[in-house]
Design a protein. Sequence first.
Length: 141
Amino acid sequence: MTRYERWRATSNAPHDVGMKIRLDPASPVPLSVQLRERIAARVIDGRLLPGERLPTVRALAAELGLAANTVAKAYRELEASGLLTGRGRHGTFVVERLPDVQAGADALLGEAADAYVRRSRQLGVSTAEARRAVDRALERP
């Protein structure tokens, strides 16, 4: 279990904590489109983790000062694109696996690998230990 998963399991914080998204009401781009793009970017770049629960439509609408229908529209479009999945009364979640290989997935994976290498060096682990950690992570479902 990762440190994040342990925190989630023991934390009293709800799984659908605020998203801290900034939208530009003066932009010609509709707010639902801005919201959809911001959430999609977070899913694709890994800031929203697989299986992570998103805030409820009402909670996110209140947090951002939007109409609930605006948030619901963004969520519906993200579900249709395969980035989110709705589980009825249980909430809306990030999909476990992204739909098709995204354009630029190699670049994103390379960035993630670079960040991992920097972090493993910062922690002072050997190359062999870092590789074993990756192997263990890849073996998990």
